[in-house]
Design a protein around this ligand. Structure first.
Ligand code: FES
Ligand code: FES
Length: 175
């Protein structure tokens, strides 16, 4: 039987990788066990992506990867090689807040703010998939993002406001 040569990387061996982050090609070297969230925070200094639980429960580490909201503590950096990633740092246009950030600010969708980057990225992916979500759609969409402060009422209000703002912006750009 002709066997294949399978080479398993050692835990501390560095692997080169590149991915597109917030529109820019980023390269780095990581240990194979490095989680995407630590690649973003520790290697690229993109500390807007938070680490809450490190076990996939809280959603603080949510980023958008190839159009889907993902928990970056549940993905190895090497699994994201070649992907297109958007983090909270990529939302604003210089000093101009993204409509989702503006809606959260204006509707008091945050208190301490720890969960907010993850909620913003989940909202972005949700509103890309569903431009006119019902309250039930919104609550289902954000169920993987835990917030200890707001009780979610103003978060839901913020997502609704963001959906309206994005819809207005689409109408204006099509005129
Ligand atoms: S830090 Fe990733 S889900 Fe909590
Ligand atoms: S605003 Fe504090 S955890 Fe959500």
């Amino acid at each position: 039987m002709s066997g294949k040569n399978v080479r398993v990387a050692k835990a501390d061996e560095l692997t080169e990788l590149s991915m597109r982050i917030n529109g820019e090609e980023c390269r780095g070297e990581v240990e194979p066990r490095t989680l995407l969230v630590f690649f973003l925070r520790d290697e690229l200094n993109l500390t807007g992506t938070h680490v809450g639980c490190d076990t996939g429960h809280c959603g603080a580490c949510t980023v958008v990867m190839d159009g889907k909201a993902v928990k970056s503590c549940m993905i190895l950096a090497v699994q994201a090689a070649g992907a297109d990633i958007l983090t909270v740092e990529g939302l604003a246009d210089d000093d101009k807040l993204n409509p989702i950030q503006k809606a959260f600010t204006e509707n008091h969708g945050l208190q301490c703010g720890f969960c907010t980057p993850g909620l913003l990225m989940t909202t972005l992916a949700l509103l890309r998939e569903n431009q006119q979500p019902t309250e039930a759609d919104i609550r289902r969409g954000i169920e993987g993002n835990l917030c200890r402060c707001t009780g979610y009422v103003n978060v839901v209000k913020s997502v609704k406001a963001a959906a309206r703002a994005l819809s207005e912006a689409r109408k204006e750009s099509s005129q």
